[in-house]
Design a protein around this ligand. Structure first.
Ligand SMILES: NC(=O)c1ccc[n+]([C@@H]2O[C@H](COP(=O)([O-])OP(=O)(O)OC[C@H]3O[C@@H](n4cnc5c(N)ncnc54)[C@H](OP(=O)(O)O)[C@@H]3O)[C@@H](O)[C@H]2O)c1
Length: 265
């Protein structure tokens, strides 16, 4: 059970449904989109540590857990489109990333799949990828063939653009992929809810232009330490970003707290 600690106190509820009930796909104003991000972080604010064996940043097993994953899936369930990074796609191609957009994979999550269907949403959210390099392996694209993939890029490498287009990807080019460019692309494509699952670079790109609306943050009560670490932002911002707490649930089973914030604009 979860214990709500804000805005109400001492209300207990099951984990399942805690986020699915939010109807995030219906919250944007007419002609707009709701962009929401989700992270799990340690008590000392790390979302990833550098893994010397793999040679890249990964989410440590000591904080990743099934109860947080359930809520990750509930958030995916409400998304028209997932916003991710090319780096994630490269990890996916090497089977180093958790499967992209897992809505409904397995019995445990069948209720989310059924919920999506009932809401008239596509079986899986589409995928929007940010990339400077356009180094996006076709092997990873094969894993998301059942949905529209859109790549936003500052690359002018027409050979790479053509290869992606031939693989069925929609490519939007610009000089600089800013938060505003991403948000406008989402609106132009008629998306109403976009789930940001990328790391600190994509997050800071959107935050710099005040283009993220909500943050779902799981804080796991673990101190990870480390010196090669990644946080939620890891970039200079034009100014400090104030956040307003919307809700918080204590998950005593896993010693973590599920928080939902609004970005104050
Ligand atoms: N704990 C958590 O909840 C959580 C959540 C998400 C991610 N993570 C971890 O964080 C680490 C980094 O994740 P990530 O790879 O998704 O990170 P990221 O830092 O958001 O994305 C990096 C890549 O995205 C592309 N990119 C970012 N901003 C761009 C812009 N404005 N214009 C064009 N391209 C842009 C670039 O791709 P190109 O190199 O192709 O140019 C860049 O290399 C991973 O270890 C991941 O596991 C943890």
């Amino acid at each position: 059970m979860l214990k709500q600690v804000y805005p109400k106190c001492d209300v207990s509820r099951p984990l399942e449904g805690a986020y699915l009930a939010l109807n995030l796909h219906q919250q944007a104003a007419e002609g707009d989109v709701l962009v929401y991000a989700n992270y799990i972080a340690s008590l000392d604010g790390r979302i990833a540590l550098f893994d010397e064996v793999l040679g890249e940043y990964t989410v440590p097993k000591s904080i990743a857990n099934g109860r947080d994953w359930r809520l990750y899936q509930e958030l995916a369930g409400q998304a028209d489109v997932m916003l991710t990074s090319a780096r994630y796609f490269r990890q996916l191609a090497e089977d180093k990333a958790q499967d992209l957009l897992p809505v409904g994979s397995g019995e445990k999550y069948a209720d989310i799949k059924a919920w999506r269907e009932k809401q008239g949403l596509k079986a899986q959210p589409d995928v929007m990828v940010l990339s400077h390099s356009l180094d996006i392996p076709l092997k990873a694209l094969a894993k998301v063939q059942d949905r529209q993939v859109i790549v936003l890029t500052s690359s002018q490498d027409e050979a790479k653009v053509d290869a992606l287009k031939q693989a069925g990807v929609q490519v939007l080019q610009t000089n600089d992929v800013t938060g505003q460019f991403v948000r406008q692309a989402l609106i132009d494509l008629n998306y109403r809810s976009a789930y940001l699952i990328a790391g600190p670079q994509v997050h800071s790109t959107l935050m710099a232009d005040s283009c993220v609306d909500e943050l779902f943050l799981t804080t796991h009560f673990t101190l990870l330490g480390g010196t090669k670490v990644s946080g939620l932002v890891d970039a200079n911002l034009p100014q400090a970003q104030s956040m307003r707490l919307l809700s918080a649930y204590l998950d005593a089973d896993q010693q973590q707290i599920f928080q939902r914030f609004a970005y104050v604009k």
